[in-house]
Design a protein around this ligand. Structure first.
Ligand SMILES: Cc1cn([C@H]2C[C@H](O)[C@@H](COP(=O)(O)OP(=O)(O)O[C@H]3O[C@@H](C)C(=O)[C@@H](O)[C@H]3O)O2)c(=O)[nH]c1=O
Length: 181
């Protein structure tokens, strides 16, 4: 695997290193030893899979507060999506900055989302499936969301969302008391 740190410290793009032959290729998609060698948390406890039927479906920006904060490792296994992470680490030099990357079944790239980040995506094709590994169990009482169009963050989406859940449309404007405590 090839680990490339994003402009947001601690967040990585992880690319497959393909060993190709006449059959196709072989590649490691996850390895505890390699993750630990890069200082990344490999302690997966949950694997999630979502299907978005319509192109332009936006899910996000989601995270769980401490002590239920979690790392997510996101891949797209069908179709394509634009994946976005938002740094909500209050002491971070890049607090409030976001980073986006296309993840697709074709490029097989994984986004490593550290604790303290919100995460979301918009699908770029119909019938797109996200598949992601998580180091935390689902804990709805610790779940928080930043609205995808919160004026404080001005996240640059590559397309206008077509489908957004009621929950995601109604996340309140960012305020520290709700979003960080
Ligand atoms: C996240 C989650 C949801 N659920 C339930 C709650 C609800 O009934 C249903 C759908 O949940 P949501 O609407 O939150 O699904 P969704 O909007 O797809 O939520 C996901 O969005 C992306 C961007 C992420 O980063 C994920 O961590 C997760 O928050 O599934 C679980 O049972 N376990 C889980 O881990």
């Amino acid at each position: 695997m090839k680990f490339v740190e994003t402009p947001l410290k601690g967040a990585y793009l992880i690319h497959l290193e393909k060993r190709e032959d006449e059959r196709g290729f072989f590649a490691r998609a996850f390895c505890v030893n390699e993750f630990e060698a890069h200082g990344l948390n490999p302690a997966i406890v949950q694997i999630n899979n979502s299907l978005s039927k319509d192109k332009g479906t936006l899910r996000g920006m989601h995270y769980q507060l401490a002590p239920k904060a979690e790392v997510k490792m996101v891949r797209c296994i069908k179709g394509a999506l634009y994946d976005v992470i938002l740094d909500l680490r209050i002491d971070s030099e890049t607090f409030g900055q976001s980073f986006g990357q296309e993840l697709s079944a074709e490029n097989r790239t994984m986004m490593y989302v550290p604790e303290g980040f919100a995460h979301g995506f918009i699908t770029l094709e119909e019938d797109t499936e996200a598949f992601y590994l998580s180091t935390g169990f689902y804990a709805p009482e610790y779940e928080r969301g930043v609205r995808y169009n919160d004026p404080k963050f001005n996240i640059q989406w590559p397309a206008t969302p077509v489908v957004v859940s009621e929950k995601d449309l109604n996340h309140p404007d960012f305020n520290e008391d709700y979003h960080l405590k």
